[in-house]
Design a binder for this molecule. Structure first.
Ligand SMILES: [Zn+2]
Length: 153
């Protein structure tokens, strides 16, 4: 579940690393080296992080939306911009995205997508192509739900 959360965080525009099946010591070192907040479901690891005064959030919910809401609240973020925004990152590799010119994509993206889409982005790292399609609309629906939960009144 945290893998899916990590992908969403990247699309939202957060610089997010995802370490699966990684030794706790390596996670702690990586957190310190990259000055990141560590999100973990592992209660023991979270206790260690508190002792070491390393910023971390325990993930207690199994629900993705609820988890994203908690992360935003804990980070004092009260608005998530719809995607793609200027900070959106590649959901696969955390690379930054660049807007690319449509003509270069003939025969690269499905014909229907090419005809019906105006904006395309490419990951600067793994070259995955993104466009404002159905998947992005679904992500933005999730963002709407998150914003309703985190907006300050
Ligand atoms: Zn990428």
């Amino acid at each position: 579940m945290l893998g899916k959360v990590a992908k969403k965080l990247r699309l939202f525009g957060f610089d997010t690393e995802y370490l699966a099946n990684t030794d706790d010591n390596k996670i702690i070192k990586r957190g310190l080296d990259s000055k990141r907040i560590i999100l973990t479901k592992d209660k023991q690891l979270h206790k260690r992080l508190i002792k070491l005064k390393i910023p971390s959030f325990p993930i207690i919910s199994e629900n993705e939306l609820e988890t994203l809401v908690i992360i935003m609240k804990e980070s004092h973020i009260n608005y998530v911009y719809s995607v793609p925004n200027e900070n959106t990152r590649c959901s696969l590799c955390n690379g930054t995205l660049d807007e690319i010119q449509k003509p270069s994509l003939v025969n690269v993206v499905p014909k229907k997508v090419f005809e019906n889409t105006s904006m395309f982005f490419e990951c600067s790292n793994c070259n995955k192509i993104y466009w404002d399609g159905k998947h992005i609309k679904e992500i933005n629906q999730i963002i709407d739900k998150i914003n309703k939960e985190i907006k300050q009144v």
